[in-house]
Design a protein. Structure first.
Length: 262
């Protein structure tokens, strides 16, 4: 497991206080969020497994307030779209410096993602890949989006949580971070949990049961009570395949293609 808990000392032109900011830890996976709403974080990421892992120094979260890079005394961050149209667009000369500030902390493999409905669909494979990185910077858009020149200049990858539109990227960023952090070494108490769950093998997860053995006339399947681990594994595999074929034919088609290739 990666080492954690050591403060990293970096030279910076911006004064900081250890009382106001979380000290940066060396060798720890980090998420840096560029947002107009830093108060939205950590949000749900501060709870349960991800929250405990953060407290234990297994990962870190840092926010970068776009408003701090705003222009004029009003800290303006947006302007009307070039060529006309409704809404407002986040300015390149505001977002650019904010991204540069966040990336001044980057090391190793450290992608920059922009939460965007036109981006590549986020999935478990991407979560696994992000967990293998040293960190990630996420740009949370607002209004009609971000000046395209920023995305080009920094080689930013657009990522979508799904085929729908949200008011901003903060919730999407939290969902992606949650999916990634739980895959970091030491976060899940049982490493097998990450292997057996939905999507890990390209299939949806089999049904789960626990006590009582009978509830309102519904009994736990006998095979799960048999103690025959080979039979149990076979049943779980069959159920995963059945559920995937019924509920996600797209995943089932990919799974069958993969087995054929092998």
């Amino acid at each position: 497991m990666k080492s954690h808990g050591r403060k990293s000392i970096r030279a910076t032109l911006k004064p900081s206080s250890l009382m106001d900011e979380t000290p940066e830890l060396a060798g720890v996976w980090q998420a840096r969020i560029v947002t107009l709403f830093p108060g939205a974080f950590p949000g749900v990421l501060g709870e349960s497994l991800t929250g405990r892992a953060m407290q234990d120094g297994l990962w870190q979260l840092h926010t970068h307030d776009l408003r701090e890079h705003g222009l004029t005394k009003h800290r303006n961050v947006d302007d009307t779209p070039a060529g006309g149209g409704a809404g407002m667009v986040l300015r390149a000369d505001v977002v650019g410096p904010a991204i540069a500030e966040a990336q001044s902390h980057a090391r190793g493999r450290w992608p920059i993602l922009y939460m965007s409905p036109r981006g590549r669909r986020f999935d478990q494979a991407m979560a696994r890949d992000l967990a293998r990185c040293d960190g990630v910077t996420m740009l949370c858009g607002r209004f009609e989006g971000v000046d395209e020149r920023v995305l080009e200049a920094f080689g930013i990858t657009e990522v979508s949580l799904g085929d729908f539109v949200m008011t901003g990227g903060e919730l999407a960023a939290q969902a992606m971070i949650d999916a990634t952090v739980r895959l970091l070494p030491g976060v899940l108490g049982n490493a097998e949990s990450a292997v057996d769950e939905s999507h890990s093998a390209g299939l949806l997860e089999h049904p789960q049961y626990t006590k009582p053995a009978d509830w309102q006339g519904r009994a736990i399947p006998e095979v799960l009570m048999s103690g025959n681990h080979a039979k149990i594994a076979e049943w779980r595999r069959e159920m995963s395949e059945k559920i995937t074929a019924e509920r996600r034919p797209d995943l089932w088609a990919q799974h069958k293609d993969g087995k054929g290739d092998k």
